[in-house]
Design a binder for this molecule. Sequence first.
Ligand SMILES: [Zn+2]
Length: 451
Amino acid sequence: MLDLERLRSLLRVATSFIHSRWWLRFSDRRRLEAWQARQLTRFLRETAPQAPRLSAFRGQPLERWPGMDKALLMNEFSACNSQNIDLQAALDVALQAEHSRDFSPQLGELTVGLSSGTSGHRGVFLVGREERERWAGTLLARTLPTRLLGHLLPWRPPLRIAFFLRANSRLYTTLSSRRIDFAFHDLLLGLDAALGALEQQQPHVLVAPATVLRALADAHQAGRLRIAPAHLVSVAEVLEEEDAQRIEHAFGHRPAQIYQASEGFLGYSCEHGNLHLNETHLLIEPEWLDQEQRRFQPLITDFSRTTQIIVRYRLNDILQLAPTPCPCGRAERTLAAIEGRADEIFWLPALDGSGLRPLYPDLLRRAIATAQANLEEWRLRQEGMDWHLQVKAVEPGKADTALRQALAAFFQQQQVQPATLHTTDWIPDEPGAKRRRLLLQRRPEGAPCTY
Ligand SMILES: [Zn+2]
């Protein structure tokens, strides 16, 4: 059954795997930057100008190229890809797959990905066949621990990967082969539906959003799920420290992280558990959010893509740099955290009258997590000076008091005017929904921003 096409495809995955794993490993920042500069020159000369919107910039240095974001990419879809595909054609394929839950249809050779539209903007992204195969090789190379590499050898039983996501994609099933037994579990069907299949597969690697890993850890602790994965990977949601601890306690391994979005494969955690930006394959320009230059929104230029052209694309994420380099010695930047999205920053007027001050998601989460409120779940929404807090707590009355005290202390520490807090009962998410703890709906009026 191993026809020529399949062999070519396997070779591309394998080449990209070997190349990324052993060749493209930079410990010297200057060598990494020299590699990026060479890739970028080629990309800006040959690939990026194939998108009509960018053809006029051929030969110019990156600083002169225009920026883009999700809204622009959707509005000028056909001008932002090299194949002249229009938005409606791509959307038709993507929405059809969403509804039928059959994720195999493609647009010719192209895979169409739909990004989650938590902020109201749904994004559609195109991936070509060769890009997909290179991506699969790179992803495995960056995330598979050495102790599992042996499963890729032909005389060993295949590596078993279980994968939980809202939607499957050709992107992921590209990984499936004789060496890799890949099982996709549809989150829309709910978790209980997957427990039986999961036990039967006995995955070596378990990949899922943080909240799903936590729910599986709880099922394991309760004796409802008997699996012993050797490697756990958290995707698609912020991995909170309490969840990481619960998961590690249940399965004996701390979850690694993949920072992957439709926009690209953006980061991965190394053997020391620290998250690195995938700067070997992307150029990432930080747009600093604070004076200390620790928090930033990334502008990405993906010089490894050829269909969907991503140049100086502003991601809606807030990243926080680690204060010290990682002991693994990689030259790629180390992150302390993916804090969340730009609409998870809350704002309150500064006490000194200097305008609105940003309250970053990381700080908000910590203030609530350390409130001694014994919370099972919570969600916070800002509407001007009103903050709406939904909680699920063992003792709701006590939790309410503890949260009010903790937030009062937080406002004082941040030197901002206190918001009015409204607490209500917890309303559970739809199955398969992405966890969003924080949501800024409206900033307070009448005060200018401090930046
Ligand atoms: Zn590292």
